[in-house]
Design a protein around this ligand. Structure first.
Ligand SMILES: Cc1ncc(COP(=O)(O)O)c(C=O)c1O
Length: 267
């Protein structure tokens, strides 16, 4: 049977993509625009400033790229790490499983800490690994804040405490796809180095935009990361520094985000 909408308003009852508020749907009703027009960098600048609020970050540098949560994962990893780097990653459900699979395919040396699905990340194991890693072979700790598949939320403040306690320099990379704008999220306070989300979750936008925020330490790491970055490296330079997109973006999508940002930061 062909998929067809029933009569009336159809609602989604899933954690994402979510229902899009009416005012955002109306803001989408526009034609494609010239993404090189001088108005677009001006718009992007205001968005980049405002989007920091969803991360609760003042020191981070945000990026908004045409991609999904999966693309944002890849961007976070390849811009800050090199193939062979040891990373600790927690397997607690379907999305952490998929992120770990991507990490392995990108040729990182993934130290997987597995818990039963329905449980949170085992941070005692993390504490032991960090304590033992006197040579600082662990380059990053990767964690899904809210494992959408099971609804379990991990304690990011504790991860930061463990790293600080042992004065360990590992980068702290967080998937906030189903948490940012939905759960309390404090990038600066929790010392997160890269946080990421997707437009279709709590921002209540259509699918297609990855939103990433990088700490000063993560930006420093981009200078030495040796992973292949076919587009992202150019993106970092052209998009954020000159606030000019290096390739065609959904300019009208940015207009929706202008509206959505008020919606997402109003509470
Ligand atoms: C926690 C989490 N991470 C990553 C993803 C992947 O995002 P996307 O489907 O936009 O690639 C999802 C998707 O539901 C998710 O819930």
């Amino acid at each position: 049977m062909d998929y067809a909408y029933g009569p009336g308003r159809n609602h989604l009852f899933v954690p994402g993509p979510v229902n899009i508020p009416e005012q955002i749907i109306r803001a989408m009703n526009r034609n494609n625009e010239d993404y090189r027009s001088p108005a677009i960098p001006a718009l992007t600048k205001t968005l980049l400033e405002d989007v920091k609020k969803i991360f609760k970050s003042t020191s981070g540098t945000p990026f908004m790229i045409p991609t999904t949560g999966t693309g944002a994962w890849e961007s976070a990893l390849t811009n800050t790490l090199s193939p062979g780097d040891r990373i600790v990653s927690f397997l607690i459900g379907q999305f952490s499983l998929l992120w770990i699979d991507q990490q392995q395919r990108l040729k990182f040396n993934v130290d997987v800490v597995e818990s039963d699905w329905g449980q949170g990340a085992n941070l005692d194991v993390l504490a032991t690994k960090i304590a033992e890693d006197k040579a600082h072979t662990i380059k990053a700790v990767c964690i899904v804040h809210n494992e959408t598949a099971t609804g379990v939320t991990n304690n990011l403040a504790t991860v930061r405490k463990i790293l600080d306690h042992y004065q360990h320099p590992a980068l702290f990379l967080v998937d906030g796809v189903s948490s940012i704008c939905a759960l309390d999220f404090r990038m600066d306070e929790w010392g997160i180095d890269v946080a990421l989300t997707g437009s279709q979750k709590a921002l209540s936008l259509p699918t297609g935009m990855g939103i990433i925020c990088a700490s000063p330490k993560a930006l420093e790491a981009t200078k030495t990361a040796k992973s292949d970055q076919i587009e992202d490296g150019r993106l970092v330079k052209s998009y954020n520094l000159k606030v000019q997109n290096h390739a065609t973006v959904a300019a009208s999508g940015q207009k929706q985000q202008r509206k959505s940002m008020y919606h997402a930061t109003a509470w």
